[in-house]
Design a protein around this ligand. Structure first.
Ligand SMILES: *Cc1c(COP(=O)(O)O)cnc(C)c1O
Length: 315
């Protein structure tokens, strides 16, 4: 279990690495959505997503424990975050990516001096390779979400929201494996349980929604949602009990709604966010959170999007 105290410690641990990101407001989106809209800007975070928070908390501990290598099995934001913080701390990182990983993601990992190893096409192929590499080299695998130190690191997003805004009614958070939301739930529900926390998934990647309905971790087949940070097929064994304990609601958004929200944020707020972030805006935009005239914080979880994709997304 993760505690508020663990999040406070994480905050201290990662303070010299991460940005305390601003909360943006938009009068235009507030008018359109019928709520007072605030946006926690993790797309302006180091490495372009909140993932650096948990990764920093975990990699610093690994270094303290004497690890001589860290590995991760992700070509996305988590892989980039692990490569970045390992380089900052002067320890090598090997990021295991799928054979078909796109070049812009590989370039980002290389820019942070991470080594790349290609292996298979699914996370079921990659994770054993990341584990074997770690084992051979006195290293540590840095998991993307299902780990108490990762969750505590991501929870610092919630800690900052409490500090930055006096009156919050609702916080809207994307759900992949659930690391981000279980951290935010722990930070906020232990201090201000009256704040509602609503999770959002693409309707094709609704594994947490289904798991909550059935009361147990439930897997779905691999999906192709445009929100590539949310393509997990089941919630984690550490994250799910936290989500189950605290969450107020999970809502689903459709692919065209995600694209419309991303376009709106770009056009009206001049902010470039990635589809995995846009799901929270889509939930507010398409009336899925059923509140009015409330103070609503959408977490904009990241901004790493292949620029060539933008054109295809804008209507
Ligand atoms: C990883 C990620 C998520 C999902 O976070 P989980 O901790 O897996 O739930 C959401 N948005 C972005 C941009 C991400 O990189």
């Amino acid at each position: 279990m993760v505690t508020f105290e663990a999040i406070k410690i994480a905050r201290h641990t990662i303070a010299d690495t991460i940005n305390s990101t601003p909360i943006l407001r938009s009068t235009q989106l507030s008018k359109l959505f019928g709520n007072h809209m605030f946006f926690k800007a993790e797309h302006l975070q180091q490495t372009g997503s909140f993932k650096i928070r948990g990764a920093t908390n975990k990699v610093k501990q690994a270094v303290k424990d004497g690890a001589s290598l860290v590995t991760a099995a992700s070509s996305g934001n988590h892989g980039q975050a692990v490569a970045y913080i390992a380089n900052q701390l002067g320890i090598p990182a090997t990021i295991v990516v799928p054979e078909d990983a796109n070049q812009s993601k590989l370039n980002a990992i290389k820019a942070y001096h991470g080594s790349i190893e290609k292996c298979g096409y699914t996370s079921a192929d990659r994770l054993p390779r990341a584990e074997a590499l770690a084992k051979e080299n006195q290293g540590v695998v840095i998991p993307p979400y299902d780990d108490p130190l990762i969750i505590a690191g991501q929870g610092t997003v919630g800690f900052e929201i409490l500090e930055q805004l006096e009156d919050v009614d609702v916080v809207v958070v994307p759900i992949g494996g659930g690391g981000l939301i279980s951290g935010i739930l722990t930070a906020i529900k232990e201090k201000k349980p009256s704040i509602k926390i609503i999770g959002v998934e693409p309707d094709t990647a609704q594994d947490t929604f289904l798991s909550l309905q059935s009361g147990q971790i439930t897997s779905i087949p691999p999906t192709r949602t445009i929100a590539d940070g949310l393509r997990t097929t089941h919630p984690g064994h550490v994250t799910f009990p936290i989500v189950q304990h605290y969450i107020d609601d999970v809502v689903l958004v459709r692919e065209p709604e995600i694209k419309a929200a991303l376009s709106l944020v770009l056009e009206r707020m001049k902010q470039l966010i990635e589809p995995s972030s846009a799901v929270t805006v889509a939930a507010a935009m398409f009336n899925k959170i059923s509140v009015h005239n409330k103070n609503v914080v959408c977490v904009l979880s990241g901004g790493n999007v292949d620029i060539r994709l933008i054109e295809t997304m804008i209507q």
